[in-house]
Design a protein around this ligand. Structure first.
Ligand SMILES: Nc1ncnc2c1ncn2[C@@H]1O[C@H](COP(=O)(O)OP(=O)(O)O)[C@@H](O)[C@H]1O
Ligand SMILES: O=c1ccn([C@@H]2O[C@H](COP(=O)(O)O)[C@@H](O)[C@H]2O)c(=O)[nH]1
Length: 325
């Protein structure tokens, strides 16, 4: 999806993706601009199990965390769940558009979006053969790498730069030559059919949205999409839908609607709901910015000695605390 930072020419050896020995890793050092204000030397570590830049400080103080000594922001993390073709990606795109994030350099973006599909497990050749016949269940929670999803989101929350693969729906594989770099942002949207299914992952979200589009509409959208964009034929799409997609939606996805803070009926058509969400995000960002500014220039605090309450130790203090008696 074009909202991601596609960096085919990144310093990462993409050909190793998913095929390295678990212990194999390599390092690269780059100079990166983070947001409008910061520049940091970032050393990134790439491993099969964890494709994140793992060499930055994990310490958080409030919403500020450190990136190799440079202060970075912990983002506001929004989960966007919903059935297949409910409009999750389109809703995320609308939110980004309304927040003025689309025609913007990837590194400057305050709002970024990550797809849960980047956390599908690597399939064995036998599983790929099954998938090609529409016999693999991509809608079951076991199809996802929960640990990696959790660890990556934790890193995102810690203000780290993370690198994730994009997903190739035609070949049912993670794209080894298309690693997405997610730079620290103010808001991170994480969208997918089962983003609220895993309890530990679910707990990480500051806000949870569920895109609720009726199943006829979803199927009517999925059929042409899968044929035109994902290389399927009609029989495959319908049999996969009946055998796996529909039952898994009912068993695993639909029950997670109860965890949502906001349910968006009709998806991207619901501009009222999207406007309300965008306004809420704006308010949160403004509050966050104000509190960050306050923490960057804290008011001067002076303690007046006990017994001399009228004696001002520092005449320029903005706040005076009295020691309790
Ligand atoms: N409100 C809408 N009206 C018409 N088509 C839509 C609408 N929302 C999404 N679509 C189309 O439906 C398909 C699935 O939408 P998408 O946002 O990718 O869903 P999801 O991310 O939930 O799978 C895409 O082809 C998209 O262009
Ligand atoms: O190789 C694959 C991987 C996934 N799928 C289907 O994709 C949807 C999830 O993506 P949405 O954009 O939310 O629709 C899921 O229902 C899987 O069935 C696939 O067909 N092949």
């Amino acid at each position: 999806m074009d909202m991601y930072d596609h960096r085919p020419g990144s310093a990462f050896d993409n050909s190793r993706f998913g095929h390295v020995d678990a212990s194999a890793s390599f390092f690269c050092t780059r100079r990166l601009n983070i947001g409008n204000r910061r520049t940091a030397n970032v050393t990134s570590k790439y491993q099969q199990k964890q494709f994140v830049c793992a060499n930055m400080s994990d310490k958080r103080s409030g919403s500020i965390c450190k990136l190799n000594g440079v202060e970075g922001k912990a983002p506001f993390l929004i989960g966007v769940a919903g059935g297949t073709a409910s409009g999750k990606s389109t809703v995320c795109k609308r939110i980004m558009e309304k927040l003025g994030q689309v025609d913007m350099d990837q590194k400057q973006r305050q709002v970024v979006c990550i797809s849960q599909d980047s956390f599908y497990r690597d399939l064995t050749p036998k599983e790929i053969a099954k998938a090609e016949q529409g016999q693999y269940n991509f809608d079951h929670p076991d199809a996802f790498n929960e640990t990696l999803m959790y660890e990556t989101l934790k890193d995102v929350l810690a203000g780290k730069i993370v690198q994730i693969p994009s997903y190739d729906y035609k070949h049912h594989t993670l794209k080894k030559d298309e690693i997405l770099t997610i730079y620290p942002a103010d808001v991170v949207l994480f969208e997918g059919i089962l983003v609220f299914y895993f309890p530990e992952v679910r707990k990480l979200f500051h806000m949870k949205l569920f895109v609720d589009t009726d199943s006829d509409t979803r199927l009517a959208r999925r059929v042409p999409r899968d044929i035109n964009e994902r290389g399927r034929d009609l029989d495959q799409v319908l049999s996969q839908y009946m055998n796996f997609v529909k039952p898994a939606f009912e068993e695993f996805c639909s029950p997670t609607k109860k965890f949502a803070d906001v349910i968006i009926p009709r998806g991207a058509d619901n501009s009222v709901a999207i406007d309300l969400i965008v306004q809420h995000i704006r308010d949160i960002l403004n509050n966050k910015r104000n509190s960050e500014e306050r923490s960057i220039s804290p008011p001067k605090v002076t303690v007046t000695p006990v017994g001399s309450p009228s004696k001002k130790v520092n005449a320029s203090a903005d706040i005076i605390f009295h020691r309790p008696h």
